[in-house]
Design a protein around this ligand. Structure first.
Ligand SMILES: [Zn+2]
Length: 161
């Protein structure tokens, strides 16, 4: 994706107050590595380990950024499937991330949660070459990236709705 500058991201939060968005700390390197291979950018706040963020730039739309809360207790060791890339390949597993909904609903405690790779590298996993047993014998195209984009945008839209 065309990774926007950090001030654009900061002003694109849909479920965060202006003051909270102002306190967001970007990752050490911006734009992130492999930016052209990313369908979304996600990171944990370097100064607040329970706050994470996800930014996406849907086709025909402006950048949308959401704030996520991470679990307070250590995650179970069991590898859980990521809801975005639908793999369990992240070395640190997937974490349940919860996004307060935008506006009044969020203020009333309404939120949307899903499991996401702890390292947010779903885009790279969706681009990993398929292993022999994963390729379709019927020659169906590999739609992992398209499916990932659809799920990320769907999630962000649910938060924003
Ligand atoms: Zn993932």
């Amino acid at each position: 994706m065309d990774v926007p500058d950090i001030s654009t991201v900061r002003s694109a939060f849909v479920n965060s107050s202006r003051s909270k968005a102002a306190s967001m700390t970007p990752p050490a390197s911006w734009p992130p590595p492999h930016a052209d291979e990313l369908d979304f950018v996600g990171w944990v706040d370097p100064k607040a380990p329970r706050r994470a963020y996800l930014a996406v730039a849907p086709v025909d739309d402006d950048v949308i950024a959401i704030e996520l809360r991470l679990p307070s207790s250590p995650p179970p060791r069991r590898q859980s499937m990521c809801d975005l890339c639908q793999t369990a390949e992240a070395p640190a597993g997937s974490l349940l991330m919860v996004a307060p909904r935008a506006g009044a609903r969020g203020k009333n405690g309404d939120s949307v949660g899903l499991y996401v790779c702890a390292d947010f590298a779903c885009s790279l996993r969706a681009r990993r070459p398929l292993k022999a047993h994963e390729t379709s014998v019927s020659g169906l195209p590999d739609t992992r990236v398209e499916a990932l984009v659809e799920r990320v945008v769907g999630f962000v839209e649910r938060v924003r709705a």
